[in-house]
Design a protein around this ligand. Structure first.
Ligand code: CUA
Length: 317
């Protein structure tokens, strides 16, 4: 069960509880009547049905009761909808971009991250879009679920009231790795947030980015294994200096060794040199990864390379 981290969440829960409660009562009433009538009018009892003409009390009741119930549902639904759509004026705006298959966050000062770091108690507005297909930004703890649509800006907001980590999911089926399209909201003290926001620390303790965390957070591992398994894209195991055939946009091919400059290009602008045998579906990471993150990734690829020529799949076959 996800904890409640937002007062608007309580309003959503209240509306849900009301509708659920009414539904349970109606279900119990209908099933109860069904069983009662089935017993009362069974053939063996030779029932005599009464022919009733008009019952004012009953007629008033079946008008008034459903009207009250529906108006109650509308009231709680409308007030919680308004709470979810009315962004406080002091909210900090973060741009959210959904893409196959990861989330990217950009802050007002240009800081980019693969996780949503926010200070506790501060309202946060999320301006959202998508670069490829429709995704849906879903934080169960905050009761937020909003589609991100290519070519369109959508929004949501929340005010985190407790420190902690809250799961972000994609709630719109968007292809092979939809289930891996995960991130977290990290709610921290204001002071901790400010240091992070100014770029003085990262959430791994400030020792420079951990390449494995970068692969994970940037969504790389959704498509590229680190252990030699072929997923959607080439494995990153032993990728350093791997013989690669790249298909250029005009269809010509180019045989290259996967050295540092090539791997850097392949991360920032993969569409320019698509590895032969794979689809051109990887998003470009230009502007999505920091230079430190890029260095950490390349450092890992170089260090993890086998001393002997790589035995991994060579895509020239
Ligand atoms: Cu993105 Cu499902």
């Amino acid at each position: 069960m996800y904890s409640q981290a937002l007062s608007a969440a309580q309003q959503v829960d209240r509306a849900f509880a009301l509708i659920f409660g009414v539904s349970v009562l109606l279900l119990a009433g209908i099933v109860g009547c069904m069983l009662w009538f089935a017993w009362r009018y069974q053939r063996k009892r030779h029932p005599q049905a009464a022919d009733i003409h008009g019952n004012t009390l009953l007629e008033i009741l079946w008008f008034v009761l459903p009207t009250i119930i529906v108006l109650g549902m509308f009231y709680f639904g409308w007030t919680s909808y308004k709470a979810l759509r009315s962004v406080p004026a002091d909210a900090m705006t973060v741009q959210v971009t959904g893409r196959m298959w990861s989330w990217a966050f950009e802050y007002p000062n240009g800081r980019r991250a693969a996780e949503l770091v926010v200070p506790v108690g501060r309202a946060v507005k999320l301006d959202m879009t998508s670069t490829d297909v429709i995704h849906s930004f879903y934080v169960p703890a905050f009761r937020i679920k909003t589609d991100t649509v290519p070519g369109m800006q959508t929004y949501a907001w929340f005010r985190p009231e407790e420190k902690g980590e809250y799961d972000i999911l994609c709630a719109e089926y968007c292809g092979l790795k939809h289930a891996n399209m995960l991130s977290v909201v990290r709610v921290v003290e204001a002071e901790e947030f400010n240091q992070w926001y100014r770029g003085e620390t990262d959430m791994t303790g400030g020792a420079g980015p951990d390449p494995l965390a970068v692969f994970e957070n940037q969504g790389c591992t959704g498509c590229h294994s680190l252990d030699g398994t072929i997923l959607v894209g080439p494995t990153l195991k032993d990728i350093w200096m791997r013989d690669t055939v790249a298909v250029l946009p005009d269809g010509r091919t180019n045989s290259i060794k996967a050295d540092g400059p090539y791997l850097r290009r392949a991360i920032l602008d993969p569409g320019a040199e698509v590895v032969q045998g794979y689809d051109d579906i990887m998003p470009g990471y230009e502007g999505q990864v920091t230079d430190e993150e890029l260095k950490a990734m390349l450092h890992w690829m170089k260090g993890a390379a086998a001393p002997v020529p790589p035995q991994g799949r060579t895509v020239a076959e």
